[in-house]
Design a protein around this ligand. Structure first.
Ligand SMILES: NC(=O)c1ccc[n+]([C@@H]2O[C@H](COP(=O)([O-])OP(=O)(O)OC[C@H]3O[C@@H](n4cnc5c(N)ncnc54)[C@H](OP(=O)(O)O)[C@@H]3O)[C@@H](O)[C@H]2O)c1
Length: 305
C-alpha cells in the first residue's frame, strides 16, 4: 500500500480485522491510534510494533459509549476505520449498543475533530428492514453513519477468512473431519480473504469513497462445497450431511430460554444461513483490489498442509 502517510484511528483494533489492518498500516509507514476497551486488549496489541508505543503507534483504551473520550483519542487523526461489531448478542452486549450506539457516539465525537472520512465494515445482507435482529441493527448503524456529517463508506462483507482467525479454525476442523454435519449445507457462502478486506478498507479510506457497497469473494459456493474444497486442500475427503436449519433454530431457541449465555442464538444462525451471492466486480475494480483471492488460494493460505 503506497500513499502519503496519514493518521488513522481504528476502533475494535484488537479484533481479527483490526490487528491485521493495524499491522498493514504501520508497515506502510502510517501513524495508527488503535482503540480498544480493556487493558488486556491493549496488551494484546503491544506486540504488533516491537518498538512499543511511539508517535507512530498508540493504543488507547476508550469507552465506545463516551463521545468525549472518543473525541480525545481521535483528536488529530485524519480518518477512522470503525470495526466494532458482534455476530452474537448476549446479556452483556446488545446489537443496539455494539452497532447503532457506537456509531452515534463516534459521530458525536468526530464532529469535534479534523477527521474527514469514516470507513465502516458491516455484514452482507444488512438493511434496516431485515427481519434478522443482527442484520437490521447493522443496517441501522450504516444509516446513522450515512446520515452523519462526516463522509462515510460502508463495506458489507460475508464470511472473512484469514490466517489464525475464527473462520480458518472452523474450516481447519471441518477439513479434517471425515464427516461434517451442517445446517442447510446448500446455503451459499462467498468467503473473502482477510487480506483483501484490509486492502479494500485502505483503498476506501484513501479514496474517501462514500456510500454502501457489497464486497465479497470471487466465488459463491454451497457450504458443503466449501468444506469439501477445504478437505481437498489438506489432502483429505469429507462427506457433508445436511441438517434442516429449522432444527438449529429450534435448538438455539431452547438454549436462549434455558441458558444465561447460549453458545448459539437464532439471530446468529440466521446470519450464517444467509445466501451470499453478489457480483462485486465493479467495487473490487474501483478499490483496485483485483484479482481477488480465489477460494482455493485462500484455503491454501489458511490451512496448513
Ligand atoms: N470477521 C468476519 O467474518 C466479518 C464478517 C462480516 C462483517 N464483519 C464485521 O467486521 C468488523 C470487524 O470484524 P472482526 O472479525 O475483526 O471482529 P472481532 O474479531 O469479533 O472484533 C470485534 C471488535 O469489536 C469489539 N466489540 C465487540 N462487542 C462490543 C461491544 N458490545 N461494544 C464495543 N465493542 C465491542 C471487540 O472488542 P472486545 O475484544 O473488547 O470484545 C473487538 O475489538 C465487525 O464489525 C464485524 O461485524 C466481520
Amino acid at each position: 500500500m503506497q500513499s502519503t502517510p496519514q493518521k488513522w484511528l481504528i476502533t475494535g483494533a484488537n479484533g481479527n480485522l483490526g490487528r491485521r489492518l493495524t499491522a498493514c498500516l504501520m508497515a506502510a509507514g502510517h501513524r495508527v491510534v488503535a482503540v480498544v476497551r480493556s487493558e488486556s486488549a491493549r496488551e494484546s496489541l503491544m506486540g504488533l510494533d516491537p518498538r512499543g508505543p511511539s508517535d507512530l503507534f498508540q493504543v488507547q483504551i476508550a469507552n465506545y459509549d463516551d463521545a468525549a473520550q472518543l473525541a480525545d483519542v481521535a483528536d488529530d487523526c485524519d480518518r477512522v476505520i470503525h470495526l466494532v461489531g458482534i455476530l452474537k448478542a448476549s446479556s452483556r452486549a446488545s446489537y443496539t449498543d455494539a452497532h447503532e450506539r457506537s456509531c452515534e457516539r463516534l459521530l458525536q465525537a468526530l464532529v469535534r475533530t479534523q477527521v474527514r472520512h469514516v470507513t465502516y465494515v458491516s455484514i452482507l445482507g444488512s438493511t434496516p428492514t431485515s427481519g434478522n435482529p443482527c442484520l437490521a441493527s447493522k443496517g441501522r448503524a450504516e444509516k446513522i453513519l450515512a446520515d452523519g456529517q462526516i463522509p462515510c463508506c460502508t463495506l458489507r462483507v460475508p464470511m472473512v477468512v484469514g490466517e489464525g482467525d475464527y473462520a480458518s479454525a472452523m474450516l481447519q476442523k471441518r477439513a479434517h473431519n471425515p464427516r461434517n454435519f451442517a445446517f442447510r449445507a446448500s446455503s451459499l457462502e462467498q468467503p473473502i480473504y482477510a487480506g483483501d478486506v484490509v486492502s479494500a478498507i485502505c483503498a476506501a479510506a484513501s479514496q474517501k469513497l462514500e456510500g454502501g457497497f457489497d464486497l465479497a469473494g470471487p466465488e459463491s459456493l454451497t457450504r458443503a462445497a466449501l468444506y469439501e474444497r477445504a478437505a481437498t486442500v489438506v489432502g483429505r475427503e469429507t462427506k457433508v450431511i445436511s441438517l434442516p436449519v429449522g432444527l438449529g433454530l429450534a435448538l438455539a431457541f431452547v438454549l436462549e430460554k434455558t441458558v444465561t449465555e447460549p453458545p448459539i442464538t437464532r439471530a446468529m444462525l440466521e446470519v450464517l444461513d444467509h445466501d451470499d451471492d453478489v457480483d462485486t466486480t465493479a467495487i473490487a475494480e474501483r478499490l483496485e483490489i483485483t484479482p481477488l483471492t480465489t477460494v482455493d488460494e485462500m484455503l491454501r493460505l489458511i490451512l496448513p498442509g
